[in-house]
Design a protein around this ligand. Structure first.
Ligand SMILES: Nc1nc2c(ncn2[C@@H]2O[C@H](COP(=O)(O)OP(=O)(O)O)[C@@H](O)[C@H]2O)c(=O)[nH]1
Ligand SMILES: [Mg+2]
Ligand SMILES: [Zn+2]
Length: 303
């Protein structure tokens, strides 16, 4: 074995990190001198690529953390001021799972998730599950407008096996973070993608959900064809960070081209005359549910 080995953090637990390497999984510590630089944000997180020094005694040491290509993070208050908490490092996409029925879909929560993904620069994938419970026209009424807005959408039924192959292909080779209300079928869907996967993911979510730090990802689960999935149980509770009410329209792709056409440059698109957004809502170019999300989110109502 060489003296150093590159790998990816797939688990974090009480100061120990599990690193997936070409030689298998290795448990390691973070070298002390690295910790000293970490004043403004998490130095290391699940998903990070690292260099391990072997032959250092009992426990291999993480010597270097590679620069992140992407991150899912939030600014958290700390004793030293604000601190960037890394929820997961180097994610490739966010997968938002909702049900067509049972539970009734909260598309406002989906719209909030899409704004978070946009703000984080993370490509979203919308999964509309339980299509077996509704007529297809009903599913389309709920979710059919998302692809027009530029969001990828997969209709699935974990129960009937519908869309599972397409979902598996969409996950292959990527680190996907999952979020969605409970009961929509996330675990069942992941089990359909790969036997046992949903069970493993939900076991960890339930354990971390009870703890205080519910937001950061603790573990990545490997897909047989390459790639990983992670659950983000805390995402439901997170507010829209760093987005002022006046900037919210920039996160609604259907509003972006209209905003410059509003009569007033500080238009809130709620009640102004000469508002191009309101005109588009009236003649059906903007979906009423999306506009309703805009109004409620602007007023600070989460979901
Ligand atoms: N009819 C139907 N039921 C489903 C489907 N997927 C999951 N379920 C059921 O929905 C319930 C919640 O599923 P679960 O996977 O635990 O949801 P999670 O909380 O999102 O992980 C369970 O009773 C599942 O059997 C589906 O596609 N169709
Ligand atoms: Mg579950
Ligand atoms: Zn306007």
């Amino acid at each position: 074995m060489a003296d150093t080995l590159r790998g990816r953090i797939i688990r974090s637990q009480s100061g120990f990190f599990t690193v997936a390497t070409a030689e298998g999984e290795i448990t390691a510590h973070l070298r002390g001198r690295l910790k000293q630089g970490a004043k403004t944000g998490d130095l290391i997180a699940v998903g990070d690529w690292v260099e391990l020094a072997l032959n250092t005694g009992d426990t291999p040491m993480i010597d270097r953390v590679e620069e992140r290509q992407s991150k899912f993070s939030r600014m958290a208050p700390s004793a030293r001021g604000v601190y960037e908490q890394i929820i997961v490092a180097n994610p490739d996409q966010a997968v938002f799972v909702f049900a067509c029925a049972d539970p009734t879909p909260k598309t406002r929560m989906l719209d909030r998730f899409l704004i978070i993904a946009e703000e984080q620069g993370l490509p979203p994938l919308v999964v509309a599950n339980k299509t077996d419970l509704v007529a297809f026209g009903e599913a389309e009424k709920l979710f059919g407008h998302y692809p027009e807005l530029g969001y990828k959408l997969i209709y699935t039924s974990a129960k009937a096996g519908r869309g599972v192959d397409e979902l598996r292909r969409a996950l292959a080779g990527k680190l996907s973070v999952f979020a969605g209300p409970s009961g929509v079928g996330k675990s069942t869907l992941l089990n359909a993608v790969q036997p046992g996967l949903g069970l493993a993911v939900s076991a960890v979510s339930e354990a971390t959900g009870k703890g205080k730090h519910t937001t950061t990802v603790r573990e990545l689960f490997a897909l047989e064809g390459g790639g990983y999935v992670a659950d983000t149980p805390g995402l439901k509770a997170l507010a829209l960070w760093d987005i002022e009410p006046e900037e919210l329209d920039a996160y609604f792709p259907e509003m972006v081209p209209l905003v410059p056409q509003c009569q007033w440059s500080n238009c809130t698109h709620i009640e102004e005359t000469g508002c191009a957004v309101l005109a588009a809502v009236e003649d059906g170019r903007i979906h009423p549910a999306r506009y309703d999300s805009y109004v409620k989110l602007r007023a600070g109502e989460g979901d």
